[in-house]
Design a binder for this molecule. Sequence first.
Ligand code: AMP
Length: 284
Amino acid sequence: MTAPFVRTLAELRRATRDWHRSDDTIGVVPTMGALHDGHLSLVAAAKAACDRVIVTIFVNPRQFNQVSDLDNYPRTETEDARKLARFEVDAIYVPDVSQIYPDGFATNVSVGAMTDVLCGAHRPGHFDGVATVVTKLFTQTSADKAFFGEKDFQQLMVVRRVARDLDLPVDVVGCPTIREEDGLAMSSRNLLLSDRARIKAQRLHEIMQQVADSLRQGAEFSALQAEAMASLDAAGFTDIDYFELRSCATLSLLERPTEPARLFAAAWLAGVRLIDNIDIPVSG
Ligand code: AMP
């Protein structure tokens, strides 16, 4: 089957109008391409829950805060279509910038709460870019359900907030992080790592797991944080943007997992920014 590429909003609208007429539920999986098994797990979840599935591939310039990061972002459209073939999705929406941000576009969706910490604190404007593009993609696709990875946990929270606050009629579904065999969270950015850096990258998840084990045994986070950061440094990570224990509900800092919590980390390895987060069971 040839990939059902849709490149314009007009074409997308024609397809979704017919689907709504037949009362089909529409699922959307927003991505920036360079698809891996993490993305494909979202596609599988969408296929299981919806009659029609749209995968969007759009490298959103508004969510990049460094031009070099945008320029270097991997783009692998033909390979992406090949990976999607077995799922028989109904549309691969690959808009160019003019379909999302036409001339004169002047609207910005900005979520006030929860974006001043973690990635929001280190990537100014990033979550405005995310909130704006998902609002566009939700309205353009008129999806009933949208599938996002817990790998980008703060993003999932932001997207949920946007949908709620703007009464967007879309159910935002969170899906678990898919990992490589050595525990590294799958990410399109992993493609940018050299073989040597790729081996070092596994330390991020290992160190997070060690901290998680100590938290389970009742240790206080502040006693573990400095050691974990030193271990990352020793493993070759150059800058650690954050390594923090936070509440899942509010993202406020925690010393112990006395409520549903996650350990969040972002660190740079050989010029590539890696992020991860893991669930920490409530204790203490
Ligand atoms: P991206 O293409 O990086 O913007 O990601 C598109 C979607 O895939 C987002 O909802 C991500 O959270 C999700 N995603 C990325 N990596 C993973 C992963 N390893 N496991 C599960 N979902 C992921």
